[in-house]
Design a protein around this ligand. Structure first.
Ligand code: ZN
Length: 830
């Protein structure tokens, strides 16, 4: 039965791919309009209506439906974007009026000109582009795969637009071009659909699958929009910011079950200071329009101005702001996957978040609470359809305003006046940083549409590192910071072969937000505790990558005197640096570990994103490893198979206990147990190296009684708080783990650890800096971190434990600290 199904699915997928290549990659023939009655409904194709209780369409069904729509409707063209991480086809359905579909290249060209005002020669041309262009709207569904309903909704939305004949739909079709992405994570749609079908009718129906729903990233698949580590973010970034430049991007999510029924912007504070106020106002306008449409249609429980903020840069709906586009998020309350949930008034009254005291109290931003009851997938779909229609309707009615604002923002970024002693560019001087990290940084910038130049001749510039300076400390705990250019020197010669990124380009704000240090505002709640940001507080990319990229404040040579080459892709940089070129999806990076070391990476049955990212960096650097399951650890005899066992960041109790009995089928419950702990200790005693990241350090410290204390464990956030920021480490350069690294290194701290010891047998490899610890982000209570241990080695029996108090591989972004990991492994050879 199973093999039969696989054959059918495989056959279907290949037929579908064949159909794609013939019918849609080319423009549709100029045929007669398709009769609406021949357009199949999702129900006719699937055998159930999208979002019916306890049904789910998997990826081959979703792509199959879109393929039929492509064939049957002259309003829909489906295009292939490439393949996902696990080789599923990624698609976009382009939906518009027939005459627009026949002229997609023309409209794409208009967008590309509006996105870069330097291509628009005069105001007459500008006015013509704005008069003839269409508002391009991208809608992306279910990037988080357990938030599954939108992927099902996408078929209904496409069908409605393909068939409706009312005036509002016609106006939408005439004035907008919709890029509908049924899911930017197709692998996850199938992981969730397969798991859901298997669990139907069992006690585990409606529970989330016990694995990451993206091969590497899980939920963090939406934390990658400036680093572009994942195949999926690379492909969609190309669609959005090399091809189409949408004016509006709508990212459709779900939140927990017990709070508001639907969140829509305006967002909560703080906004990122690099986001243009015009974008925030346009976000607010669209959000309120959607909220009003939902109210008018009789939906309750719509929340605005709460929880979700625009500070951080890495999400699908925040990346657009740095491309002069409007990013909209919606978060519908979840059912239990595709099984209805029941929510009672007590649960609603207990549900609170930033900006919402509880989900039953009437407030201006939450004027009509939902009273509770059963909550079905179709309730979610209905709200998402109203939201999508509301956005498209505004996009159609105010077409010229959207196009004009989009153009003006790009122009403002180019023409922004130069300010004295403020950065005009960032420089990557030749020969100062690791070649692979430079190639990665420049490649990521180019991939997201940022212009990077190579210096073909030397250039004379005045420049210096842009750093945080602690000023006028309110108290020892609460520092205030400003950014300064340290050591601004007189004109210096920068060698040819260096790279330069000017701020004067359409993506000025993106450049600034990626290169400058972030200063998160000190936001405290009434108790004096920290108000938690939505995601991380700091991400400065060169600091994470360990790439030297000082700010430039002036250049001696005039624009005409400069000899610069605009880079087209990462391979040009790889060629400059004599690195192996990228030829396929396979990573060309040379394994940094010179000898064979047998590495096992612990992978428990609780999906752990830090474990996924650990595999990601090993795969990217072509370092061999095996995944070790709970049963392997319980089986013991680990030293016969591995030289190194690595525990990615995870709480000790989660590793030991795993999923609780009864919550999932027995094969997914229980962790390594006390027996597994004993086996890990035996592994070290027999000469193995146990490497622990961040929270996982708790396991050997407490279970093996190592002489270390986590000095920030249990501190209230009024005393210490550091939510995803870049901090400074001082390295002991006598230790081989620090080989080839400088004495001072930025590292990623995300609610991480800091150790102290009184035992002389603990070898301290790195400490948090003695002063000026914060490099980017938010650090409250710096005194708690100063000089404490960030990386240590402890000998035990014939082996050793290496304890990283922070995460050296956070989200695959922190290439600057990866050498500490590779050196830890290299020094573990037999
Ligand atoms: Zn989500």
């Amino acid at each position: 039965m199973i093999s039969y199904r696989l054959v059918v699915v495989g056959l279907f997928a290949s037929l579908w791919l064949a159909a794609l290549s013939t019918s849609t990659l080319a423009q549709k023939p100029n045929g007669r309009p398709a009769a609406v009655s021949t357009i199949p409904s999702p129900k006719a194709v699937l055998g159930f209506a999208p979002a019916d209780d306890r049904t789910v369409a998997d990826w081959s069904q979703i792509t199959g439906y879109f393929n039929q729509l492509d064939k049957a409707s002259d309003r829909v063209v489906v295009q292939s974007l490439g393949q996902s991480t696990l080789k599923r086809p990624m698609i976009v359905a382009i939906i518009s009026a027939r005459e627009n579909i026949l002229a997609l290249d023309k409209y794409k060209d208009i967008q590309q000109q509006l996105a870069d005002p330097r291509k628009v020669s005069n105001t007459l041309v500008r006015d013509r582009l704005i008069a003839t262009g269409k508002t391009v709207v991208a809608v992306s569904c279910s990037i988080h795969s357990t938030e599954i309903v939108a992927s099902q909704m996408s078929m209904q939305l496409a069908y409605d637009l393909a068939t409706a004949q009312d005036a509002d739909t016609k106006e939408i079709l005439q004035n907008t071009i919709l890029l509908l992405i049924p899911s930017p994570n197709p692998d996850g749609v199938d992981i969730v659909a397969n798991w859901y079908r298997k669990s139907l009718g069992t006690p585990y129906e409606g529970r989330e699958p016990p694995e990451l729903y993206h091969h590497y990233a899980g939920h963090d698949d939406n934390r990658d929009w400036f680093m572009l580590n994942l195949r999926e973010t690379q492909l969609i970034t190309r669609l959005l910011w090399h091809d189409w430049f949408p004016e509006i991007v709508y990212d459709v999510h779900q939140q927990g079950s017990n709070g508001s029924r639907f969140f829509i912007p305006p967002f909560f504070d703080p906004p990122n200071p690099n986001i243009d106020p015009l974008l925030l106002r346009q976000v607010g306008l669209i959000g309120h329009k959607v909220a009003a449409d939902l109210q008018s249609a009789g939906f309750k429980g719509v929340l605005t101005n709460a929880l979700y903020d625009t500070w951080w840069h890495g999400g699908f709906r925040t990346a657009p702001y740095f491309h002069n586009s409007i990013g909209i998020l919606s978060e519908a309350a979840s059912a239990r996957l595709m099984t209805p949930a029941t929510v009672n008034s007590d649960q609603l009254a207990r549900s609170s978040t930033r900006g919402m005291r509880n989900a039953s109290e009437v407030t201006t931003n939450f004027p009509d609470p939902w009273p509770g009851g059963s909550w079905h997938p179709r309730n979610i779909m209905a709200m998402e359809l109203v939201a999508a229609r509301g956005i498209l309707s505004l996009a159609a009615k105010y077409r010229t305003e959207y196009l004009s604002n989009f153009y003006q923002l790009g122009r403002k970024n180019i023409e922004s006046p130069i300010q004295l002693n403020q950065p005009i560019a960032y420089l990557i001087p030749a020969g100062r940083s690791r070649d692979e990290a430079v190639a990665k940084l420049v490649g990521s910038l180019i991939d997201q549409g940022i212009e990077v130049f190579r210096l073909d001749n030397e250039l004379h510039v005045s420049f210096g590192p842009q750093v945080l300076q602690r000023t006028n400390a309110v108290s020892e705990k609460l520092g205030t910071y400003r950014t300064i250019i340290a050591n601004t020197a007189s004109m210096q010669e920068v060698p040819a072969g260096s790279y330069i990124v000017f701020l004067s380009q359409p993506q000025r704000t993106n450049v600034a937000a990626l290169f400058e240090p972030q200063i998160y505002p000190n936001r405290l709640i009434g108790t004096g505790e920290a108000e938690r940001p939505y995601d991380v507080a700091g991400w400065t990319l060169p600091l994470q990558l360990g790439v030297d990229a000082p700010a430039v404040v002036s250049v001696r040579e005039t624009a005409a005197e400069r000899k610069l080459t605009l880079l087209k892709n990462e391979n040009e940089v790889r060629s400059d640096l004599a690195l192996t070129p990228r030829k396929s999806d396979a990573s060309p990076i040379k394994n940094p570990i010179p000898q064979m070391v047998r590495v096992g990476i612990y992978k428990g049955s609780i999906g752990n994103m830090d474990e996924g990212w650990t595999r990601y960096v090993f795969d990217t650097f072509n370092v061999p490893y095996e995944s070790i399951k709970d049963t392997d650890v319980k089986g013991g005899n680990l030293k016969s198979k591995y030289d190194v066992v690595l525990l990615p960041s995870q709480r000790s109790r989660e590793i030991i206990d795993g999923n609780a009995a009864g919550t999932l089928p027995a094969e997914y419950t229980g962790g390594i147990g006390e027996g597994g702990v004993a086996n890990l200790k035996e592994f070290v005693n027999n000469g193995g190296t146990l490497i622990c990241f961040d929270a996982a350090c708790e396991l050997p410290i407490k279970q093996f009684s190592l002489p270390l204390t986590n000095v920030i464990e249990g501190l209230r956030s009024s005393d210490f708080y550091c939510p995803g920021s870049i901090v400074s480490l001082d390295l002991d350069n006598r230790n081989p783990i620090t080989s080839t690294l400088p004495v001072n290194l930025p590292a990623y701290f995300i609610n991480s650890s800091a150790f102290s010891t009184t035992d002389a047998n603990v070898r301290v490899v790195a400490r948090y800096a003695k002063d000026n610890v914060l490099r980017s982000g938010w650090l409250l209570g710096e005194d708690k971190l100063r000089g404490q241990i960030a990386l240590a080695e402890v000998r035990l029996g014939k082996g050793r434990v290496v304890l990283f108090a922070f995460r050296p591989q956070h989200r695959g972004q922190t290439w600057g600290t990866l050498p500490l990991l590779w050196n830890s492994i290299a020094t573990s050879a037999k």
